[in-house]
Design a protein around this ligand. Structure first.
Ligand code: 5GP
Ligand code: MG
Ligand code: MG
Length: 184
């Protein structure tokens, strides 16, 4: 689905399909430079927003890897982080001794990721790094070391390319700012 299909719900196209694809390629080149086939990298995608990033990034990576998924909840169906993280679906993989790369759509308050980092580290992973496609200004205040960042974006609620509002807009090919009339 393209922005033109939901035009009145989007105030601004922030990132086009082409810009996203180019950035995913850049991220993949940086990541594959840091891992070898022997590392048997484990990508951990955070459901559901990171599905598109995961699918495109994994196919760009020219290094052996496995994929697993976690589902956590921090937002409910609204636009504000609640700060309470719940595991809705845990990993199927034992990550002790594994090199793990968390794949995320967006970092806003950073609450979700700082919680996830601590959680995965406590399971004895050899390393846990983060790759996030988008980062909002608030995240700069949070003490988490995010090794791979795609774009720094303004402080607006964005949808598309996996990102939803009330489970809608995930299938937009580009990323846009959600019009306030949709959620107010
Ligand atoms: P944080 O804990 O960093 O505040 O937010 C984490 C999660 O909230 C993200 O992984 C994402 O699912 C959701 N989120 C944060 N900002 C946005 C946004 O602008 N748009 C959408 N659709 N989801 C967001
Ligand atoms: Mg997410
Ligand atoms: Mg969401």
């Amino acid at each position: 689905m393209d922005i033109s299909d939901v035009q009145s719900d989007i105030t601004e196209v922030l990132l086009t399909e082409e810009q996203i694809a180019e950035k995913i390629g850049d991220l993949a080149r940086r990541i594959e430079a840091d891992y070898t086939d022997d590392d048997n990298l484990l990508l951990v995608g955070v459901l559901r927003g990171a599905v598109m990033v995961m699918a495109d990034l994994a196919r760009e990576l020219r290094v052996q890897l496995n994929m697993d998924w976690m589902a956590v909840s921090s937002y409910g169906s609204g636009t504000q982080s609640s700060g309470v993280v719940r595991i809705l679906k845990d990993l199927d993989t034992d990550i002790s001794g594994r090199k793990v790369l968390i794949v995320e759509d967006i970092i806003d308050s950073g609450l979700t990721l700082s919680w996830l980092l601590a959680n995965l580290r406590s399971r004895g992973a050899a390393s846990v790094e983060i790759c996030a496609l988008l980062r909002k200004p608030e995240a700069v205040k949070v003490e988490i070391d995010v090794r791979y960042i795609g774009f720094d974006i303004p402080n607006a609620f964005v949808v598309g390319y996996g990102l939803d509002y009330a489970e809608r807009y995930r299938n937009l090919k580009s990323i846009g700012v959600l019009a306030p009339h949709v959620y107010s």
